[in-house]
Ligand binder design. Structure first.
Ligand SMILES: [Zn+2]
Length: 273
């Protein structure tokens, strides 16, 4: 990526970040910020081997999906990556579907690299990282960071251990040898233990399997069902996401016959893999 493009992306990430509520250094709850900023956010535990996220534009809505089977810190990274796509790349024709390859920086696709760079700049801006290390980490001068320090960084910036290491390396704060050493220390001590030992947010290291679907999807499914555009099974499945049954919405249901074509189904089809 060219330096001039990187700068453009930093500017976009910085202006998005300015709209978010931050703690002393990191964004507190990126999911809440997305909802507040008008994105239609879907979180669903799609499975450990399923796609990690997607971003699409549908009518006037921007829809972002994240797979909540990921560890929370990784789900947050996926969300930031999808926000990157929506700001940098999304138009009426495009949509982005992300898996392990695209999110973990293994893809050579330029847009994927840009979305990852955006995510890194949004979650861990250089200034804030430097300030955190300077002010919050004891003996940070002249002494290399420990795995416990990385756990502190994780907790403040709501990122995974690996993301913290990658970002610190790309900012030139650690070199590849130090990164390897910290990675070994992580394997030995385990991230959950490290987080607990610094009083950090251990939730970051486990998957929340959250379900968060905007109410509009239920309404549009009922509408489609009433207009014979989706079968009863689809309605039941969507209702189940909201922990409802057909009886709970019987006042909204009209007589109809089944058909098999629905764009909600296209959108969230495969959720029950
Ligand atoms: Zn992507």
């Amino acid at each position: 990526m060219k330096e001039i493009r990187k700068r453009e992306i930093r500017i976009e990430a910085d202006s998005f970040r300015a709209k978010c509520k931050t703690g002393r250094y990191g964004v507190i709850d990126l999911f809440k910020e997305c909802e507040r900023l008008g994105y239609k956010l879907l979180r669903y535990p799609l499975g450990d081997y399923a796609d990690l996220g997607f971003a699409v534009k549908k009518d006037n809505d921007i829809i972002i999906f994240t797979n909540s089977c990921s560890r929370l810190s990784r789900e947050i990274f996926t969300l930031s990556h999808e926000i990157g796509h929506t700001i940098l790349h999304l138009d009426d024709e495009s949509s982005f579907i992300d898996d392990n390859m695209t999110i973990n920086g293994k893809s050579t696709d330029e847009k994927e690299q840009e979305a990852n760079y955006f995510a890194a700049c949004l979650l861990m801006p250089q200034d804030e990282v430097n300030k955190f290390i300077d002010l919050e980490i004891q003996n940070s001068h002249g002494k290399s960071l420990s795995a416990m320090d990385i756990a502190r960084i994780m907790s403040e910036f709501n990122v995974s251990f690996d993301m913290a290491l990658n970002r610190l390396e790309s900012l030139g704060i650690i070199d590849s040898k130090q990164k390897q050493g910290l990675d070994n220390e992580k394997i030995e001590k385990r991230v959950g233990n490290l987080l607990r030992s610094v009083g950090g947010n251990a939730r970051l290291n486990v998957s929340g399997k959250e379900i968060d679907m905007p109410y509009e999807y239920l309404e549009s499914t009922i509408y489609n069902y009433n207009h014979n555009a989706v079968p009863e099974e689809t309605l039941k499945r969507v209702l189940a996401y909201y922990k409802l049954s057909i009886d709970d919405v019987s006042d909204k249901i009209a007589e109809h016959c089944d058909d098999d074509d629905d764009d909600l189904e296209d959108l969230i089809g495969g959720l029950d893999d």
